[in-house]
Design a protein around this ligand. Sequence first.
Ligand code: PLP
Length: 386
Amino acid sequence: MTSPVYLDYAATTPVDPRVADVMSRHLTLDGTFANPASRSHMPGWLAEQAVESARRQVADLINADPREIVWTSGATEADNLAILGYLRGNRERGRHMVTSIIEHKAVIDTAEAAEKEGFEVSWLTPGADGRITPQQLADAMRPDTVLVSLMAVNNELGSIHDLAALSQVAHEHGAVLHVDAAQGSGRISLDVEALGIDLMSLSGHKVYGPKGIGALYVKRSPDLRIEALIHGGGHERGMRSGTLPTHQIAGMGEAFALAAQHGEEDQARITALRDQLLSTIADIDGVCCNTDIQVSVPNILNLGFDGVDGESLLMALRDIALSTGSACNSASVEPSYVLKGIGVPRRLALSSLRLSLGRFTTQDDIERAGQALRHALTGLRERAAP
Ligand SMILES: *Cc1c(COP(=O)(O)O)cnc(C)c1O
Protein backbone atom coordinates (compact mmCIF):
# COMPACT_ATOMS: atom_id res chain seq x y z
CA MET A 1 0.00 0.00 0.00
CA THR A 2 1.34 3.41 -0.89
CA SER A 3 1.34 5.95 1.90
CA PRO A 4 -1.16 8.80 1.67
CA VAL A 5 -0.18 12.01 -0.08
CA TYR A 6 0.41 14.54 2.70
CA LEU A 7 -1.41 17.78 1.89
CA ASP A 8 -1.95 19.05 5.43
CA TYR A 9 1.14 21.24 5.90
CA ALA A 10 -1.00 23.97 7.47
CA ALA A 11 -1.82 21.60 10.33
CA THR A 12 1.82 20.77 10.86
CA THR A 13 4.95 20.27 8.80
CA PRO A 14 7.36 17.36 9.05
CA VAL A 15 10.64 18.28 10.72
CA ASP A 16 13.29 19.02 8.07
CA PRO A 17 16.03 16.34 8.34
CA ARG A 18 18.61 19.13 8.80
CA VAL A 19 16.61 20.33 11.80
CA ALA A 20 16.31 16.82 13.26
CA ASP A 21 20.07 16.49 12.94
CA VAL A 22 20.68 19.70 14.90
CA MET A 23 18.17 18.66 17.56
CA SER A 24 19.80 15.27 18.07
CA ARG A 25 23.04 17.06 18.96
CA HIS A 26 21.37 18.73 21.95
CA LEU A 27 20.07 15.74 23.88
CA THR A 28 22.63 13.19 25.02
CA LEU A 29 25.67 13.27 27.30
CA ASP A 30 28.02 13.77 24.34
CA GLY A 31 25.85 16.66 23.12
CA THR A 32 24.84 20.14 24.29
CA PHE A 33 22.24 18.89 26.77
CA ALA A 34 22.89 20.98 29.90
CA ASN A 35 20.56 23.50 31.49
CA PRO A 36 21.16 26.81 29.68
CA ALA A 37 20.63 28.59 33.00
CA SER A 38 23.54 26.71 34.66
CA ARG A 39 26.14 29.43 35.09
CA SER A 40 28.73 27.43 37.01
CA HIS A 41 30.08 25.08 34.33
CA MET A 42 31.09 24.75 30.72
CA PRO A 43 28.21 22.44 29.61
CA GLY A 44 25.78 25.10 30.86
CA TRP A 45 27.59 27.87 28.98
CA LEU A 46 27.54 25.82 25.78
CA ALA A 47 23.80 25.22 26.12
CA GLU A 48 23.28 28.94 26.71
CA GLN A 49 25.30 29.67 23.56
CA ALA A 50 23.10 27.28 21.57
CA VAL A 51 19.96 29.00 22.86
CA GLU A 52 21.31 32.48 22.09
CA SER A 53 22.42 31.49 18.61
CA ALA A 54 18.92 30.11 17.90
CA ARG A 55 17.42 33.32 19.29
CA ARG A 56 19.44 35.23 16.71
CA GLN A 57 18.34 32.88 13.90
CA VAL A 58 14.67 33.47 14.77
CA ALA A 59 15.19 37.22 15.18
CA ASP A 60 17.00 37.45 11.83
CA LEU A 61 14.06 36.03 9.86
CA ILE A 62 11.80 38.84 11.13
CA ASN A 63 14.42 41.61 11.32
CA ALA A 64 14.20 41.81 15.10
CA ASP A 65 16.82 42.14 17.83
CA PRO A 66 17.51 38.80 19.59
CA ARG A 67 16.58 40.48 22.89
CA GLU A 68 13.05 40.88 21.54
CA ILE A 69 12.44 37.11 21.30
CA VAL A 70 10.75 35.31 24.21
CA TRP A 71 10.64 31.49 23.98
CA THR A 72 7.27 29.85 24.59
CA SER A 73 5.81 26.36 24.12
CA GLY A 74 4.25 27.37 20.80
CA ALA A 75 2.16 30.00 19.07
CA THR A 76 -0.83 29.19 21.31
CA GLU A 77 1.09 30.21 24.41
CA ALA A 78 2.57 33.21 22.58
CA ASP A 79 -0.97 34.38 21.68
CA ASN A 80 -2.07 33.98 25.31
CA LEU A 81 1.00 35.86 26.58
CA ALA A 82 0.59 38.66 24.04
CA ILE A 83 -3.13 39.24 24.61
CA LEU A 84 -3.63 38.55 28.33
CA GLY A 85 -0.13 39.71 29.24
CA TYR A 86 -0.52 43.00 27.42
CA LEU A 87 -4.11 43.73 28.51
CA ARG A 88 -3.36 42.94 32.16
CA GLY A 89 -0.12 44.92 32.08
CA ASN A 90 -1.84 48.01 30.64
CA ARG A 91 -5.16 48.03 32.50
CA GLU A 92 -4.79 51.66 33.51
CA ARG A 93 -4.45 52.74 29.86
CA GLY A 94 -7.68 51.20 28.56
CA ARG A 95 -9.80 48.08 28.51
CA HIS A 96 -10.69 47.62 24.82
CA MET A 97 -9.19 45.40 22.11
CA VAL A 98 -10.06 44.67 18.49
CA THR A 99 -9.73 41.33 16.70
CA SER A 100 -11.56 39.34 14.01
CA ILE A 101 -13.97 36.40 13.95
CA ILE A 102 -11.64 34.31 11.74
CA GLU A 103 -8.59 34.34 13.98
CA HIS A 104 -7.15 31.02 15.16
CA LYS A 105 -8.86 29.60 18.27
CA ALA A 106 -5.72 30.45 20.24
CA VAL A 107 -6.60 34.13 19.76
CA ILE A 108 -10.41 33.82 19.86
CA ASP A 109 -10.49 31.80 23.08
CA THR A 110 -7.94 34.09 24.71
CA ALA A 111 -9.91 37.22 23.76
CA GLU A 112 -13.04 35.56 25.21
CA ALA A 113 -11.13 34.85 28.42
CA ALA A 114 -10.19 38.56 28.51
CA GLU A 115 -13.89 39.46 28.14
CA LYS A 116 -14.65 37.39 31.23
CA GLU A 117 -12.01 39.42 33.10
CA GLY A 118 -13.82 42.64 32.22
CA PHE A 119 -12.03 43.68 29.04
CA GLU A 120 -14.13 44.60 26.01
CA VAL A 121 -13.54 43.05 22.60
CA SER A 122 -14.75 44.23 19.18
CA TRP A 123 -15.04 41.33 16.75
CA LEU A 124 -14.57 42.34 13.10
CA THR A 125 -16.06 40.37 10.20
CA PRO A 126 -13.76 40.03 7.18
CA GLY A 127 -14.72 40.39 3.55
CA ALA A 128 -15.12 37.40 1.21
CA ASP A 129 -11.36 37.58 0.59
CA GLY A 130 -10.70 36.75 4.27
CA ARG A 131 -9.26 40.14 5.16
CA ILE A 132 -10.05 43.04 7.47
CA THR A 133 -9.59 46.38 5.73
CA PRO A 134 -7.73 49.30 7.35
CA GLN A 135 -10.97 51.32 7.16
CA GLN A 136 -12.87 48.64 9.10
CA LEU A 137 -10.20 48.71 11.76
CA ALA A 138 -10.23 52.51 11.92
CA ASP A 139 -14.01 52.46 12.44
CA ALA A 140 -13.64 50.03 15.35
CA MET A 141 -10.95 52.00 17.20
CA ARG A 142 -11.97 53.82 20.40
CA PRO A 143 -10.12 56.16 22.73
CA ASP A 144 -9.69 53.28 25.20
CA THR A 145 -8.45 50.74 22.61
CA VAL A 146 -5.06 49.42 23.70
CA LEU A 147 -4.60 46.32 21.54
CA VAL A 148 -5.35 45.07 18.02
CA SER A 149 -4.80 41.37 17.28
CA LEU A 150 -4.95 40.25 13.63
CA MET A 151 -3.26 37.28 11.98
CA ALA A 152 -0.63 37.48 9.23
CA VAL A 153 -1.98 34.56 7.18
CA ASN A 154 -5.26 32.77 7.84
CA ASN A 155 -4.73 29.06 8.49
CA GLU A 156 -7.84 27.86 6.63
CA LEU A 157 -7.92 30.26 3.68
CA GLY A 158 -4.35 31.43 3.24
CA SER A 159 -5.43 35.08 3.02
CA ILE A 160 -2.69 37.62 3.82
CA HIS A 161 -3.41 40.74 5.86
CA ASP A 162 -2.02 44.13 4.85
CA LEU A 163 -0.10 44.42 8.10
CA ALA A 164 1.67 47.69 7.23
CA ALA A 165 -1.65 49.48 6.71
CA LEU A 166 -3.30 47.86 9.75
CA SER A 167 -0.41 48.73 12.08
CA GLN A 168 -0.55 52.33 10.92
CA VAL A 169 -4.23 52.53 11.92
CA ALA A 170 -3.56 50.87 15.28
CA HIS A 171 -0.70 53.27 16.04
CA GLU A 172 -2.63 56.37 14.95
CA HIS A 173 -5.14 55.46 17.65
CA GLY A 174 -2.53 54.77 20.31
CA ALA A 175 -2.87 50.97 20.31
CA VAL A 176 -0.29 48.25 19.71
CA LEU A 177 -0.57 45.55 17.04
CA HIS A 178 -0.24 41.86 17.89
CA VAL A 179 0.12 39.50 14.91
CA ASP A 180 -0.35 35.73 15.02
CA ALA A 181 2.22 34.78 12.40
CA ALA A 182 2.22 31.00 12.87
CA GLN A 183 1.21 30.56 9.21
CA GLY A 184 3.10 33.60 7.93
CA SER A 185 6.68 32.88 8.94
CA GLY A 186 8.69 31.29 6.15
CA ARG A 187 5.81 32.01 3.72
CA ILE A 188 5.73 35.80 3.49
CA SER A 189 8.19 38.48 4.44
CA LEU A 190 7.62 39.49 8.07
CA ASP A 191 9.95 42.42 8.72
CA VAL A 192 8.61 43.68 12.07
CA GLU A 193 10.39 46.99 11.61
CA ALA A 194 9.00 47.72 8.15
CA LEU A 195 5.50 46.45 9.01
CA GLY A 196 5.28 48.23 12.38
CA ILE A 197 4.49 45.09 14.40
CA ASP A 198 4.70 45.34 18.21
CA LEU A 199 3.99 41.75 19.27
CA MET A 200 4.18 38.66 17.05
CA SER A 201 3.52 34.96 17.75
CA LEU A 202 5.65 32.30 16.06
CA SER A 203 5.52 28.52 16.01
CA GLY A 204 8.27 25.98 15.31
CA HIS A 205 6.19 23.19 13.81
CA LYS A 206 4.59 25.19 10.99
CA VAL A 207 8.05 25.96 9.61
CA TYR A 208 9.64 22.44 9.49
CA GLY A 209 10.75 22.70 13.13
CA PRO A 210 9.59 20.63 16.10
CA LYS A 211 6.24 20.83 17.89
CA GLY A 212 6.15 22.25 21.40
CA ILE A 213 8.27 25.32 20.78
CA GLY A 214 7.42 28.84 19.70
CA ALA A 215 8.23 32.42 20.47
CA LEU A 216 6.70 35.81 21.10
CA TYR A 217 8.39 38.81 19.55
CA VAL A 218 8.07 41.72 21.99
CA LYS A 219 9.21 45.05 20.59
CA ARG A 220 11.74 46.77 22.84
CA SER A 221 9.99 49.89 23.90
CA PRO A 222 9.62 51.48 27.35
CA ASP A 223 5.83 51.44 27.22
CA LEU A 224 5.41 47.86 26.04
CA ARG A 225 4.75 46.07 29.30
CA ILE A 226 3.84 42.37 29.31
CA GLU A 227 2.66 40.69 32.49
CA ALA A 228 3.87 37.09 32.84
CA LEU A 229 1.36 34.25 32.73
CA ILE A 230 3.79 31.58 33.94
CA HIS A 231 5.69 32.38 37.12
CA GLY A 232 8.85 30.78 38.39
CA GLY A 233 12.58 31.24 38.03
CA GLY A 234 12.30 34.48 36.08
CA HIS A 235 13.62 33.14 32.77
CA GLU A 236 13.15 35.16 29.58
CA ARG A 237 13.45 38.49 31.40
CA GLY A 238 10.65 37.50 33.73
CA MET A 239 8.11 37.13 30.94
CA ARG A 240 8.14 33.33 30.77
CA SER A 241 9.64 31.10 33.44
CA GLY A 242 10.65 27.49 32.90
CA THR A 243 13.85 25.64 31.97
CA LEU A 244 14.57 26.33 28.32
CA PRO A 245 14.30 23.20 26.12
CA THR A 246 17.68 23.44 24.40
CA HIS A 247 16.96 20.83 21.71
CA GLN A 248 13.58 22.34 20.79
CA ILE A 249 15.05 25.84 20.66
CA ALA A 250 18.07 24.79 18.58
CA GLY A 251 15.66 23.02 16.22
CA MET A 252 13.44 26.06 15.84
CA GLY A 253 16.50 28.24 15.24
CA GLU A 254 17.74 25.95 12.46
CA ALA A 255 14.24 25.78 10.96
CA PHE A 256 14.01 29.57 10.84
CA ALA A 257 17.51 29.85 9.34
CA LEU A 258 16.45 27.39 6.63
CA ALA A 259 13.28 29.42 6.06
CA ALA A 260 15.42 32.52 5.54
CA GLN A 261 17.53 30.63 2.99
CA HIS A 262 14.84 28.64 1.19
CA GLY A 263 11.48 30.29 1.98
CA GLU A 264 11.25 32.20 -1.28
CA GLU A 265 12.26 29.33 -3.54
CA ASP A 266 9.89 27.00 -1.64
CA GLN A 267 7.01 29.38 -2.27
CA ALA A 268 7.88 29.77 -5.98
CA ARG A 269 7.93 26.00 -6.46
CA ILE A 270 4.71 25.61 -4.47
CA THR A 271 2.97 28.27 -6.58
CA ALA A 272 3.64 26.17 -9.70
CA LEU A 273 2.32 23.04 -7.93
CA ARG A 274 -0.80 24.87 -6.74
CA ASP A 275 -1.46 26.07 -10.31
CA GLN A 276 -0.93 22.51 -11.59
CA LEU A 277 -3.54 21.28 -9.10
CA LEU A 278 -5.99 24.01 -10.07
CA SER A 279 -5.67 23.21 -13.75
CA THR A 280 -6.16 19.46 -13.13
CA ILE A 281 -9.58 20.13 -11.63
CA ALA A 282 -10.50 23.23 -13.64
CA ASP A 283 -13.00 21.43 -15.86
CA ILE A 284 -14.90 19.69 -13.04
CA ASP A 285 -18.31 21.24 -12.45
CA GLY A 286 -19.23 22.85 -9.17
CA VAL A 287 -15.73 23.39 -7.81
CA CYS A 288 -15.31 26.75 -6.19
CA CYS A 289 -12.33 28.35 -4.62
CA ASN A 290 -13.00 29.66 -1.11
CA THR A 291 -9.44 30.98 -1.15
CA ASP A 292 -9.05 34.28 -2.98
CA ILE A 293 -5.76 33.35 -4.63
CA GLN A 294 -4.95 36.97 -5.54
CA VAL A 295 -4.44 37.85 -1.87
CA SER A 296 -3.34 34.51 -0.44
CA VAL A 297 -0.24 32.40 0.09
CA PRO A 298 0.19 29.70 -2.58
CA ASN A 299 0.56 26.86 -0.09
CA ILE A 300 -3.06 26.93 1.15
CA LEU A 301 -6.02 26.18 -1.10
CA ASN A 302 -9.54 25.93 0.29
CA LEU A 303 -11.96 24.39 -2.20
CA GLY A 304 -15.72 23.89 -2.02
CA PHE A 305 -17.47 21.09 -3.94
CA ASP A 306 -21.06 21.91 -4.70
CA GLY A 307 -23.60 19.13 -4.45
CA VAL A 308 -21.48 16.51 -2.70
CA ASP A 309 -21.56 15.48 0.93
CA GLY A 310 -18.41 16.54 2.76
CA GLU A 311 -18.15 13.38 4.87
CA SER A 312 -18.50 11.10 1.85
CA LEU A 313 -15.95 13.14 -0.04
CA LEU A 314 -13.47 12.79 2.81
CA MET A 315 -14.10 9.03 2.89
CA ALA A 316 -13.50 8.80 -0.85
CA LEU A 317 -10.24 10.71 -0.45
CA ARG A 318 -8.65 8.45 2.16
CA ASP A 319 -5.39 8.38 0.19
CA ILE A 320 -4.93 12.10 0.67
CA ALA A 321 -4.14 13.55 4.10
CA LEU A 322 -6.04 16.82 4.09
CA SER A 323 -8.33 18.76 6.34
CA THR A 324 -11.90 19.98 6.60
CA GLY A 325 -12.41 22.97 8.79
CA SER A 326 -15.53 21.36 10.21
CA ALA A 327 -15.87 20.56 13.88
CA CYS A 328 -17.72 17.53 15.16
CA ASN A 329 -19.97 18.28 18.10
CA SER A 330 -21.82 15.54 19.93
CA ALA A 331 -24.93 15.82 17.78
CA SER A 332 -23.89 17.27 14.46
CA VAL A 333 -21.07 18.38 12.21
CA GLU A 334 -20.61 22.13 12.30
CA PRO A 335 -19.11 23.91 9.30
CA SER A 336 -15.84 25.78 9.71
CA TYR A 337 -16.33 29.08 11.57
CA VAL A 338 -13.80 30.65 9.21
CA LEU A 339 -15.78 29.76 6.06
CA LYS A 340 -18.97 30.85 7.82
CA GLY A 341 -17.16 34.04 8.79
CA ILE A 342 -16.45 34.99 5.17
CA GLY A 343 -20.02 34.21 4.13
CA VAL A 344 -19.70 30.77 2.52
CA PRO A 345 -23.15 29.11 2.61
CA ARG A 346 -23.46 26.33 5.21
CA ARG A 347 -23.96 23.51 2.68
CA LEU A 348 -20.93 24.51 0.65
CA ALA A 349 -18.85 25.02 3.79
CA LEU A 350 -19.67 21.43 4.82
CA SER A 351 -18.31 20.13 1.52
CA SER A 352 -15.13 22.20 1.57
CA LEU A 353 -11.59 20.92 1.97
CA ARG A 354 -8.29 22.58 2.75
CA LEU A 355 -5.30 21.36 0.77
CA SER A 356 -2.01 22.69 2.04
CA LEU A 357 1.31 22.14 0.30
CA GLY A 358 4.87 22.38 1.54
CA ARG A 359 8.58 21.99 1.03
CA PHE A 360 8.40 18.24 0.37
CA THR A 361 5.34 18.21 -1.92
CA THR A 362 6.20 16.73 -5.33
CA GLN A 363 4.64 16.96 -8.78
CA ASP A 364 3.73 13.32 -8.39
CA ASP A 365 1.84 14.08 -5.15
CA ILE A 366 -0.16 16.75 -6.94
CA GLU A 367 -0.96 14.44 -9.86
CA ARG A 368 -2.17 11.75 -7.46
CA ALA A 369 -4.25 14.26 -5.50
CA GLY A 370 -5.78 15.74 -8.67
CA GLN A 371 -6.73 12.29 -9.97
CA ALA A 372 -8.15 11.22 -6.61
CA LEU A 373 -10.28 14.36 -6.41
CA ARG A 374 -11.55 13.90 -9.95
CA HIS A 375 -12.34 10.24 -9.31
CA ALA A 376 -14.07 10.90 -5.98
CA LEU A 377 -16.19 13.74 -7.33
CA THR A 378 -17.43 11.91 -10.42
CA GLY A 379 -18.17 8.81 -8.33
CA LEU A 380 -20.13 10.68 -5.70
CA ARG A 381 -22.08 12.73 -8.23
CA GLU A 382 -23.06 9.62 -10.23
CA ARG A 383 -24.36 8.00 -7.07
CA ALA A 384 -26.22 11.13 -6.02
CA ALA A 385 -27.93 11.64 -9.41
CA PRO A 386 -28.25 8.34 -11.28
C1 PLP B 1 -0.92 26.33 14.35
C2 PLP B 1 -1.38 27.70 14.67
C3 PLP B 1 -1.38 28.16 15.98
C4 PLP B 1 -0.97 27.30 17.14
O1 PLP B 1 0.40 27.09 17.16
P1 PLP B 1 1.03 26.02 18.17
O2 PLP B 1 2.50 26.25 18.04
O3 PLP B 1 0.59 24.68 17.66
O4 PLP B 1 0.52 26.32 19.52
C5 PLP B 1 -1.80 29.45 16.21
N1 PLP B 1 -2.19 30.25 15.20
C6 PLP B 1 -2.22 29.82 13.93
C7 PLP B 1 -2.66 30.75 12.85
C8 PLP B 1 -1.81 28.53 13.61
O5 PLP B 1 -1.85 28.12 12.35
